[in-house]
Write a protein that binds this ligand. Structure first.
Ligand SMILES: [Zn+2]
Length: 121
C-alpha cells in the first residue's frame, strides 16, 4: 500500500487499467452525475457544464486529489479519439469529451478512450 502518490503514478495506473479492460474503463469514465453547487463551486474540483446541469465524474474526482492550477485546471484528462458520439447517438467526432453535442446539447459520452494524460500548461 502506498502512502503517497503522484499525478504520474495515477496516470500510469489508469493507462495500465485501460490496457487490461478498455471497455470497462470507457464505461466507468463516461458516467457523470448532476452535482450540487457546493461541489461545482469548489475551486479544486473539475466539473462538466451541460445543458442538463453541472456534472461530476471520475476524472473530476481524481483531479480533486491534486487540486487545480492557477487557471483552475486539473492535472488529469482522459484523451479520446476523434470518433465520439453523444448520448443521443449523434456523431460528434472532433469534439472533446468535455464538449456538448451541437445537435441536441447532449454530453459526449462515448469516444474511443485513447489514454489518460497530464493536462499541458
Ligand atoms: Zn446529440
Amino acid at each position: 500500500m502506498k502512502e503517497t502518490i503522484s499525478v504520474q503514478d495515477v496516470l500510469d495506473r489508469l493507462n495500465s487499467l485501460l490496457a487490461l479492460d478498455r471497455q470497462v474503463m470507457e464505461r466507468l469514465f463516461t458516467i457523470r452525475f448532476i452535482c450540487n453547487d457546493a461541489i461545482s463551486q469548489d475551486p479544486d474540483t473539475q466539473v462538466l457544464q451541460t445543458q442538463g446541469g453541472v456534472k461530476f465524474g471520475v476524472v473530476g474526482l481524481l483531479n480533486t486529489l491534486f487540486g487545480a492550477d492557477d487557471d483552475g485546471m486539473g492535472a488529469i484528462a482522459a484523451q479520446y479519439s476523434p470518433r465520439c458520439i453523444c448520448n443521443e447517438n449523434h456523431d460528434v467526432s472532433g469534439l472533446s469529451v468535455n464538449a456538448e453535442c451541437e445537435l441536441c446539447g447532449g454530453t459526449v459520452i462515448v469516444g474511443n478512450l485513447v489514454r489518460f494524460v497530464r493536462v499541458a500548461k
